[in-house]
Design a protein around this ligand. Structure first.
Ligand SMILES: [Zn+2]
Length: 550
């Protein structure tokens, strides 16, 4: 028998062990195929956990030898274990409220969508709004979009407002139109459009951009503090089921920060949150002396968020060359370089990380100039500037991103899920979109990012999309940017941790880090890459506790 536990442990050789003084683990997972994402010990069979953190990682023999009488042992039957996934750009608090109140229209036929809306109508008194979201006209089997008649026939007694997945268009019924007092002769609002049937001139029920406002104004938005907390609880559960253990709220406000903290205190927060603060709220935070990093491993204040240009899925990102088929359309810039610099300067000087929405090459160039100026005028060590989305790049942008040490958060599931919308960018540009290959080769650390609701958040879909660059119908988009499965897993774990300054506490399975992991039902390394999306998530652990067991 060794004379002390320390000597005994030293004798185990390859076993990686937490340096924290601690007598025994409380949980041991054994007989697993562990991909640790720790380059010093890439593979293991067993994991010991103590007080919510990884305690030891090694072979079954090594780790089981640490078990004292009270340690619980779980045999994982050879299943694959990965670090928990980190969704580095998403909108959980807002999506949670949507899920609480709206009908999820991510369904594959108009009949199914109408049935779901009718089900909601059965619970709500006539005259009150029925709201839908995540409807996508390209995803139903009917080969045509929703119509006014569909909605009128199915829901004659309730005003209806169904939003497109991208959030820029909506479908309404006749009762909703009547309430807004809009008719066939109402002129379009500036920056918006009421669609008309070209044959009859009648409204079709589809309304675009600012034309949604007339409806939005009539829809009650009286959320209580409890609603916000309930929303967070709901979305956190949904994410846990897919293997996500940490998420970044990419457009947070003080209300959201409070909701995450409320959910955490009531025991309902099953994912860790890095909550950005939109620039319009930043003064409040600066006045309170708050900056990036305040909080703990559950809820932490994130970066200050700004927006530079338009969207990819709705084709408004600002590009140097026009969209295919629209020779005069270069997309839109929503802020000037000077505006971004002025807002950025205040936050940068106060120690905030900055993240700016920049999709098109012109948007990215503008944002990089702002960051380069900030570092020149107010040099800060390790600012980790973020480029939210950073979709359309070129070699010179990649070099500048690398030189600045900036972090891109490209859409992870868009190639797979939104493939049919990609043709307006053209094949040449697609070879430089969601450019994970270029980023990784240049030493940049891109993250996994869903942007949910616009993009699905399932990490298995992200892996498949990034590895195959193939959409759900089998079309390949931008094959040059394919990465390996091992790289995609790093993108979805340790890179996400780096993006929130937390690479020393999470993102890999190593002693001392938070015990966040996912157990998969099949080995992704032995699965056809086009089937990764079908791998079941058996269990998800956060801080040593199972938050999902399938
Ligand atoms: Zn976003």
């Amino acid at each position: 028998m060794p004379t002390s536990r320390r000597e005994f442990i030293a004798g185990l050789g390859a076993l990686a062990l937490c340096p924290i003084e601690r007598t025994e683990p409380d949980l041991i997972l054994c007989n697993a195929s562990v991909w640790t994402v720790n380059p010093r010990q890439p593979r293991a069979q067993a994991i010991a956990i103590s007080n919510g953190r990884f305690y030891a990682i090694g072979t079954n023999e090594e780790v089981l030898a640490l078990a004292a009488g009270s340690a619980k042992k779980i045999d994982l039957g050879g299943n694959t274990v990965l670090p928990g996934f980190i969704d580095a750009h998403s909108h959980p608090a807002e999506a949670g409220l949507d899920h609480l109140r709206m009908v999820d229209c991510d369904l594959r036929s108009i009949a199914e969508i109408l049935a779901a809306l009718r089900q909601q109508a059965a619970r709500i008194p006539p005259g009150q709004w029925i709201l839908g979201f995540k409807y996508d006209d390209t995803k139903t089997s009917d080969g045509r979009p929703l119509s006014l008649k569909d909605l009128d026939d199915a829901l004659p007694d309730h005003p209806v407002f169904v939003e497109h997945r991208g959030g820029h268009t909506a479908w309404v019924n006749s009762l909703a139109i009547k309430l807004t007092k809009i008719d066939d002769n109402t002129p379009d609002p500036s920056g918006g459009k009421y669609d008309h049937d070209p044959a009859t001139g009648h409204l079709t029920g589809r309304v675009r951009e600012n034309a949604k406002e007339a409806f939005r104004q009539l829809i009650p938005t009286n959320f209580t503090r409890d609603d916000h907390r309930e929303g967070v609880k709901l979305i956190a559960k949904m994410m846990s089921r897919t293997g996500i253990t940490s998420v970044t709220d990419a457009l947070g406000a003080p209300d959201d920060l409070r909701a995450y903290q409320d959910a955490r205190e009531s025991g309902d927060l099953s994912v860790r949150v890095y909550c950005s603060i939109f620039f319009s709220h930043i003064q409040q935070m600066l006045d309170g002396g708050v900056r990036t990093g305040l909080g703990d491993e559950w809820v932490r204040v994130g970066f200050m968020k700004m927006i530079c240009d338009g969207s990819i899925s709705e084709r408004t990102a600002r590009l140097s060359q026009p969209y295919i088929g629209r020779p005069n359309d270069f997309g839109i810039l929503v802020a000037t370089e000077d505006e971004l610099f002025e807002h950025g300067r205040k936050a940068h000087a106060a120690g905030w990380q900055i993240g700016t929405h920049a999709n098109g090459d012109v948007g990215i160039d503008t944002t990089l100039r702002v960051y380069e100026r900030l570092q020149k005028e107010l040099p800060r060590r390790d600012p980790r500037f973020r480029l939210e989305h950073c979709t359309v790049v070129n070699d010179s942008l990649v070099r500048r991103i690398s030189a600045l040490g900036a972090i891109p958060t490209p859409f992870s599931t868009y190639v797979y899920y939104h493939g049919e919308k990609m043709k307006e960018y053209g094949p040449e540009r697609l070879d430089h979109m969601f450019a994970l290959r270029c980023f990784i080769d240049a030493g940049i650390r891109p993250t996994q990012a869903s942007d949910y609701p616009p993009g699905p958040f399932e990490p298995m879909m992200a892996l498949q999309s990034e590895v195959t660059r193939t959409d759900s119908k089998g079309t390949v988009w931008g094959a040059k940017q394919k990465i390996t499965l091992e790289e995609a897993i790093r993108v979805g774990t340790i890179h996400g941790a780096y993006a929130s300054y937390e690479e020393n506490v999470k993102g890999s399975i190593e002693p001392g880090k938070l015990a966040d992991l996912v157990v998969l039902g099949r080995d992704p390394f032995k699965t056809d890459p086009t089937q990764l999306i079908n791998i079941p998530i058996e269990r998800t652990m956060v801080g040593g506790k199972w938050v999902w067991e399938g």
